[in-house]
Structures are given as C-alpha cells and as structure tokens.
Ligand binder design. Sequence first.
Ligand SMILES: [Zn+2]
Length: 355
Amino acid sequence: MNAARTGGPLSMKFRWFRPTWAVALLLLVLNTGYAQAPQPKGAGVQGGILPRSWRPSDPYCSTKPEFQVHEYNQDFYILRESGCSDFEKPFLYLLFGREKALLLDTGSGKTDVDRVVKHITDRWSSRNNSKTIPLVVAHTHAHPDHIAGDAQMRALPNTTVVTPSVSGVQAFFGFRKWPEETVTYDLGDRVLDVIPIPGHEASSIAIYDRQTGILFTGDTLYPGRLYVDDAPAFVRSIQRLVDFTKGKVVTQALGNHVEQTRTPYMDYPIGTVYQPNEHQLELGRAHLLELSAALSEMQGKFRRMAMRDFTIWPICFARIDPDSKYWMGKSITDPIEQERRIISGGCGENVPLPW
Ligand SMILES: [Zn+2]
C-alpha cells in the first residue's frame, strides 16, 4: 500500500519534500541550459549533413566502380572511392571558397577522379553564376593511396597540384618553420588553417576549416589502423593538434579511411572491399584527446594499442624502400601483401626502432 495515501506521519514528510525536488529539477534544467550557452545555434559555423552510413561497395564488383559523392552542404563535398577501384576506399574532400576550390587528395588506384571533380566544380560554378572556379589540389600526405589521381588532375585546365613532398607543401603554403608553425590559406572568404603533423608520413598535414569547424586529419586520426612511421614526430604532432584545437569549435574530425567495424575494438582485415558494417567516418576532438592520452601513457615505450574506435600501430615502412608502392621492396607488387607485411612487422626485422 502507498504510505502517502494512508495519511500517516510519512505522508507529511512527502508533502514537505515535494517542493524541494521541484526546485532541484528546475535548477538542473537551468544549469543544463547555462552549460550550452557559450556556443548556441550550432556554434556559429556553417552546418551540414553527413550520411548515416556510406554505401558499401558491390561485394562482387560486378558493376562499374564509381565514387560516392555526398554534398555535406552546397560548398563542401565528400567523395568516397569504391572498394572495387581499390581496397583502400579513401575519402576525398572538395571545399569551395569565393575565389578557389580545394581538393584534398586524389585517391588510390585508377579512377575517373578528374571527371567526377570537374562535374562538381562545373555545377558549383554555374550555381554560383561564375566562370569555372580555379582548383587547387593538395594532399593530406604523400602516400600512394592519396595521390594516385594527381596526373589526371594536372591535365585539367585552371588546376594547380601541390607537389606531394615536404618541400612541395612548404613552398606552396609558405611555411618557414616546419613543422612547428601553423599557416593559413584563404579560398576567398573561407580561411583554412594548415597544421603540419608528420609522423604517419613526413609531409602529413591537418587542415582546419573555420567555416564548418571541420578538422581534416588524414591518416593520422581516423576509425582504423593509425600506422605510425616516426613515433617521436607523431607524438609531437598529436600534441600540436591538441594545442591548436584547444578552445576551438571542432564539429567533426574527418580522416581518409574507415577500417573499423561498428563493433568496438574490431577492424576489418586488410584488403576488405565490402564493408557493410563499417564504423562511421566522423570522429571528434574527444578521440584526439584519447589518442594523446594513450601516447603519453606509453611513456616513450611506443607499442601497438587497440582503442575502441582506432588502433595505434607502429610500423616501419619509410625506411625500407621509398621508391616502391608501400616501401616494401620492389619484388613485392601486390599492395595487399605489402600492407600485410607492414603490419605483421615483417618489414621491420632489421630496422632500428626510432624511439
Ligand atoms: Zn591512406
């Protein structure tokens, strides 16, 4: 029986407590509102929509592989390469400012990236009543699965391709103190911050788009295997990203692959084409902080560590053979076999560790 209905001394206590609970609830509501107050209305950045999931590649690759083009908003497009073009299935990013467009990466293997990008830039130009907008092609880093379409892009009119190397990136963006310095690059009413983050690869950069609050992190942070080639440089780069983003609005951290499944701590095997249950692409600053904390807990003894949404993975590829596709020796031409050897440690047997 309910004590309050009996009218005994307990019901007196309940009556006395009711207003206290109401006040506590009100305070909680007010406090929640206050906590959100500093960044109302989407934090003042231009919003957009990411897909709930990306279309998986045809499991049998019986159809012609195409990029999946997603319009985040009318000035920002995401291109996802099909696994049937190349198992790496990288993401490419296309941002429009008032004077220039920027394509970040050109994909892996053989694709029709030039045709697809031109189609989007032509449509954007006609929508905005302008002549064809000049295009700059830069890269998150110089690995082959991010630069394969460079030659095709160079052949397009009104297009500048940044040379994918440390010196090429330094010269184009005007770095004087690489990698400590952050520089800006303006697409016309759209300022980007360019942050050097060597470690995965020597010429790795992150880009922060002030307009959308998106941080592009390349292969340095994404839901997958974070291969670290130069550990001391990587640790400093992550710290640089943590410092840079402090106090800034970071709406999304977008890397260039998805290798994780939706099951925590579980990734797809190397070479997987069909990923119907893949992890979402977008991460946030919390993942950056998680990565930073994991690195500092290692206290200089760098090692492989699986986290919920990504794995830190020391490798050694740059010191083997910089001329081959994955720096695995010219005799191994199968990219899946190359990557298998990289991650199994077979490539590092005679290589001194960098830490
Ligand atoms: Zn990559």
